[in-house]
Design a protein around this ligand. Sequence first.
Ligand SMILES: Nc1ncnc2c1ncn2[C@@H]1O[C@H](COP(=O)(O)OP(=O)(O)OP(=O)(O)O)[C@@H](O)[C@H]1O
Length: 277
Amino acid sequence: MTGLAVVCRRVVHIYRVDGNDVVALAGVDLDIAAGEMVALVGPSGSGKSTLIGLLAGLMRASAGQVRIGTVDISRVSDGEMARLRGTELGVVLQGARRNLLPYATVRSNIWLAQRRAAKVRPGDVESPERILALLGLTGAGHQRVEDLAPGAAQRAALAVAMAASPGLLLVDEPTSQLDRAARDEVLAALAAINAERGTTVVAVTHDPEVGAKLGRVVTIRDGRVGAEGRNGREFAVIAGDGTVQLPPELLDSYPPGTLLAVEHLNGKVMLVADRED
Ligand SMILES: Nc1ncnc2c1ncn2[C@@H]1O[C@H](COP(=O)(O)OP(=O)(O)OP(=O)(O)O)[C@@H](O)[C@H]1O
């Protein structure tokens, strides 16, 4: 399978906790092309994991549209969602070992993840050995997960997520708590998945170097797309409702309620503060 595109339109997600609403996502607009690599960054609690959970179909958006390839996953049945998760979506949740059966071998973990794909596409399931080679784990198939070093466990979790040759790989914090060498191996594995399989990769990360390596960096702030970095430059992003977030460091000088005149001249948009001094 080649990469799947992702489209989010005005995506809202609300958790209900003890009768109170927690707005985790407040209108996310995001387009990711098939075969792209994207890092989701942002402060703790800004909504990154919630967005990954929605893209993975682990939860349903409270409002808005989430499209993966041609499928609007906000509308599909639970059965269809389960089929998508077993065939077209690869997901690695935070904490590599949570995604794996600890007493089983790496190869058995991959086989288990291939069961649904084997039913849906019999004869078209990649051999565990080839997946292990892609992840730099050649020869590790017989090892039990609990015996793996942390970096190898993370790559084993990626191998399991890639078991059914998905078009979209979603990864939450792939390099947290890894030393530099292990982190570089995980980054090389993600790059290989993208280059050799064409898989679209979306990774949540707190690590700026991971973001830089993935190329496109989307900052989630307060449950919305706050900014985007491309090739080392930081951009504000116009949301579907026309709003634009100012960089947070400007908010001390321009607090909420500040009036800004919007001037549009020669292809430039300027925001001019209405100061009385
Ligand atoms: N299961 C849940 N029940 C209730 N509230 C939740 C739940 N999961 C997340 N939240 C809340 O939703 C908001 C967004 O959380 P989320 O975990 O998506 O952010 P995050 O950017 O991934 O944070 P971190 O970087 O700390 O993992 C936060 O206010 C959080 O407290």
